[in-house]
Design a protein around this ligand. Sequence first.
Ligand code: AHM
Ligand code: MG
Length: 337
Amino acid sequence: MKSHLARVITIERFILDQEELHPEATGELSNLLYDIALAAKIINSHVRMAGLADIIGSAGLINVQGEVVQKLDEFADATMQHALLRTGRVCLIGSEEDPDPIPTPPGQAAGKYVVLYDPLDGSSNIDVNVSIGTIFAVHKRLSPDGGPGVLSDCLQKGRDLVAAGYVIYGSSTMMVYTTGQGVHGFTYDPSIGEFLLSHPSITTPPQGRYYSVNESNFPRWEARVQGLVKCYKGLDCGFQPKNSRYIGSLVADFHRNLIAGGVFCYPADTKSPRGKLRLLYECAPLAMICEHAGGAATDGRQPILDVAPTELHQRSPLFIGSRDDVLLAQEMLAEPA
Ligand code: AHM
Ligand code: MG
């Protein structure tokens, strides 16, 4: 265990300390982050029991993306909904699992925040015991206070996020978040049921050791993307070759690269011409974390955080991680084909 765990700063204490730096804060965002941390503890306890309780496997349903929904996805989605919708802190939530945004129920006070999330990313990997994660993005509503939230409250640029984070259910469970004042990581201590500050003020190395991409898609990429990946391998460009690491679970690939340094790519290809990953609840929140840790994220044309969304489930190419590696992607992908 790292020595700074001995200081035992719980996530609740940390969030409160951060709030005290802002005398104007109402505490609603702090409470919203507690709500998410509580949901994460509940999801974690089910993820940890999944193999034992025999609750994994396909539920036989298809989600809005046309993918098989697994039972843990449904559980994680319902847990996030229950944790967020009846608190008076949000007016609307949007989930990868639900086709439309979900407003607060009638008769329930609508709050000033919108939360967009992927309840269990990488869930196709559950039955082979690979790390999975929850990703979340928090915006302030644009529609007038008091009334129901509307779709346009969700369709904001990542640059306007007020908070973003993820939970990784890996060899340990961690929650990493930012409200724009550093990126902080908390490791879950199951013996006391608390997330404890373990990684304060995370910064990512400017150049990465790793590149992470699904290379089976190589024949489906445009030539510029093929050239970029060759360059990460140290071929044809004189750069130091990087090691390849690809889990196929975004949160796990992103987390490793954030800590150790690296670049994750999910480019557009002939099968997924707009990319595979979702802008609002996968790419943008991770881009906010990455930028605040000193890294960068682009769709190949512009920073992910500057993309203006038009759809809740919009997909985007993603190149994210160590700053110099992402800037190389931006330069090479901007070159004429
Ligand atoms: P999901 O949101 O349906 O779980 O899919 C997203 C996952 C990411 O976790 C991962 O980065 C990517 O899909 C892997 O895709 P591929 O199997 O095409 O490499
Ligand atoms: Mg996902």
